[in-house]
Design a protein around this ligand. Structure first.
Ligand code: PRX
Length: 665
């Protein structure tokens, strides 16, 4: 086997890790040949392949037609009817597995709860009845802005049960960001909590919602349901706000599920793009359900006795697919943790692994690099012998961090699944299968069944193996985004019937018609392994969070002192990238340390603290080409401290530097 060339891995000999024989022997996909056969069949006989998979689910009406339409508008399991909440809950309870634990929940202050599948089904039905009593109907949108507590999956599944479309907004987002998302989705209700715990502090969730709704800024919102979590002081608007406890009081524990068409929208999740306005990615019930369930089962090789833990926040797609839907669809027991990895101590994660005897552990490379820095003694002080499989997601993992994860956390015995995917893809598209795939540290390896990727040049033709190109997907898969949300979604004849189709096509489908443009650069090596390098558009990956440079720029220029700004990413040993901002001030304003801090805080207020620049510099003018394009490459070099021609000590000279560089960008 060969190592990838032309990547940061190129310089080193890649060490190979074959699946351990005992792991492979018991795995769902037990050999490379079995994987190849599965993949071949999925592409050559998609009808037969997906029929076999979907037979295991509960359908009110089984599908007879696999697909309809051409990319980007492809429907799956077209005439089928189902409900994802039934497949995540009722199906297991009816099969006599109601006593099985769905979530071992661990709160940050150390409080705990154990929620069985039967408990979850009861809670979901009661809460669904509460939503109905509030007047919600199938097709309505609801925003969830909640901490990592069991009521979050309860609220998601209750929405799904009624055909109400949820849009979870990550708890780290600010009031402004909530307002934008609520208004874009036209949400009728917000479900939140008084607060959530983070490093011993209370995040004022309800306070942020109140700020978002102030001055009637979100006219579509009729009500706010508030869960009591931190017992902190909160504001209250009579007639609008309802306690969760009051909303469910007296509600029946039985709520028949809506019989939904396969393509009924399940949720909207906002993600960053290349413009300042986040995109509301829409996923559909059935395709998403089938694909997240199958990927969960085969990639994490799930077995009945597994204790699975994904450390993501449910506010991101990883949590939607691999804490809630895909995992519950398999009836597996999972751990859910509310807080930070270093509270109360830096071995918190390993304490949780030890306590619950976690078998499958899924986290982000940024977290792994942080653990490396904190020191081996933390994991080594805990019993991690229950672990049998590890996973990573969200950003490329450098081989050093991979090898540390393998050795120190996995004790050298656990395969690592490096899973590549996106909010838009709904589920993992490129990944090892742990009993089948020989691993190369730093490579997401090979396509999942049903997935046909390629690495192409600007002309759309495949580049030779070992060369860098654009990662594309050549055919639709079941959990592909159905569109970008726009008012009127799903209303026949309405201009918004398919969402913002113009933006959908322009972003993903225009460059190479019929093929999905991922926005990532990649190399395929001589063994067909994919090495994803990172975004090739103007989005950044900071600690695995996707942030649009344009979003940060528009946050900066919304400050009265700022005339213009340019935001770029620079390499960071822990978070992958950090945000670096270049700002020109209005004529009457002088730059100062105070203003610098104020502008950074302002971004935190507009977007959320996770999107704050780490570095912010004032400059008299932004360097531009003669045609007026900002010279981002030059700015990236400066931000990274790379050598640039000329003097960067005084950034007033940026225009001079730009002139020295010429019009090369
Ligand atoms: O650049 C890729 C990176 O994360 C982007 C998707 O971000 P988001 O929609 O927020 O979803 C993150 C969680 C699925 C991708 O375009 N990315 C994700 N996984 C990997 C990755 N880059 C390299 N290797 C991965 N395993």
């Amino acid at each position: 086997m060969a190592a990838a060339q032309d990547t940061h891995q190129a310089s080193q000999e890649t060490e190979l890790f074959a699946p351990p024989a005992d792991f492979a022997a018991a795995a769902h996909v037990p050999s490379f040949e079995a994987y190849q056969e599965l993949h071949r069949r999925s592409l050559e006989d998609p009808e037969g392949f997906w029929r076999e998979i979907t037979d295991g689910f509960t359908w009110f009406k089984p599908w007879t037609q696999l697909q309809e339409g051409k990319p980007p508008f492809v429907k799956w399991f077209v005439d089928g009817e189902t409900n994802i909440s039934v497949n995540c809950l009722d199906r297991h309870v009816e099969a006599g597995r109601g006593d099985r634990v769905a979530y071992y929940w661990e709160g940050e202050p150390g409080d705990t709860r154990v929620v069985t599948y039967a408990d979850l089904l009861t809670d979901v039905q009661r809460f669904a009845n509460a939503l109905k009593a509030q007047g919600l109907e199938s097709g309505d949108r609801v925003v969830l802005y909640m901490p990592m507590v069991p009521e979050l999956p309860v609220a998601m599944l209750a929405c799904a049960r009624l055909g109400v479309v949820h849009s979870v907004v990550f708890g780290g987002f600010s009031a402004d960001a909530i307002r934008d998302r609520v208004n874009d989705a036209g949400a009728r209700m917000i479900i939140t909590a008084d607060g959530g715990w983070r490093r011993g502090r209370v995040i004022p969730l309800k306070g942020n919602v109140d700020a978002a709704l102030a001055d009637d800024a979100c006219p579509s919102v009729e009500g706010v349901i508030v869960l009591k979590r931190c017992e902190n002081d909160i504001g209250w608007v009579d007639g609008r706000d309802v306690w969760w406890g009051d909303a469910i009081a007296g509600q029946s524990e039985v709520c028949p599920p809506a019989q939904l068409p396969a393509e009924h929208p399940l949720y909207i999740l906002y993600t960053s793009g290349t413009t300042g306005k986040p995109k509301g990615v829409v996923h559909a019930q059935a395709g998403y359900m089938v694909y997240t369930a199958l990927t969960s089962k085969l990639i994490f090789d799930l077995r009945d006795d597994d204790i699975y833990w994904c450390t993501a926040d449910i506010g991101w797609v990883t949590g939607h697919s691999y804490i809630v839907y895909g995992i519950l669809a398999n009836g597996i027991s999972g751990v859910m943790y509310e807080g930070a990895p270093n509270h109360p101590a830096e071995d918190r994660f390993w304490e949780i692994v030890e306590k619950y005897r976690v078998t499958v552990f899924y986290t982000a490379p940024t977290a792994i690099r942080t653990f490396v820095r904190w020191g081996d003694h933390h994991p080594q002080g805990r019993d991690l012998s229950s672990l049998r499989l590890l996973g990573t997601v969200g950003e490329p993992i450098n081989p050093d961090a991979w090898l540390w994860y393998h050795r120190v956390i996995g004790g050298g015995r656990c395969p690592i699944v490096d899973t590549w995917w996106q909010t838009e893809t709904g589920g993992v598209l490129i990944t090892p299968l742990p009993g089948a795939t020989t691993l190369k540290p730093g490579s997401a390896t090979l396509p999942f069944p049903g997935v046909e990727p390629a690495v192409v040049g600007e002309d759309g033709e495949p580049v030779p193996d070992g060369h860098r190109g654009l990662l594309i997907i050549k055919r639709a898969w079941p959990s592909m985004l159905r569109g970008i949300y726009q008012e009127g979604w799903g209303q026949p004849g309405h201009p918004g019937e398919y969402g913002d189709s113009e933006r959908l096509i322009e972003t993903y489908w225009e460059k190479f018609p019929g093929r999905y443009l991922t926005g990532d650069g990649a190399v395929r090596d001589a063994d067909g392994y994919y090495w994803v390098i990172g975004r090739v558009d103007d989005t950044l990956s900071v600690a695995g969070h996707r942030i649009g440079t344009a979003e940060v720029e528009s946050a900066l220029v919304s400050h009265p002192s700022v005339a213009e700004s340019a935001v770029v990413g620079a390499p960071d040993p822990i978070t992958g990238e950090f945000i670096s901002a270049f700002v020109t001030l209005r004529a009457e304003v002088d730059g100062s340390d105070e203003l610098q801090a104020e502008l950074i805080a302002h971004v935190g207020q507009v977007l959320g603290r996770f999107a704050c620049p780490k570095q912010l510099r004032f400059t008299d003018a932004l360097p531009k080409t003669r045609s007026g394009k900002i010279m981002r490459r030059l700015l990236r070099d400066i931000a990274a401290g790379r050598e640039v021609v000329g003097d960067t000590t005084t950034l007033e000279d940026l225009s001079v530097l730009a002139a020295l560089r010429g019009d090369e960008e």
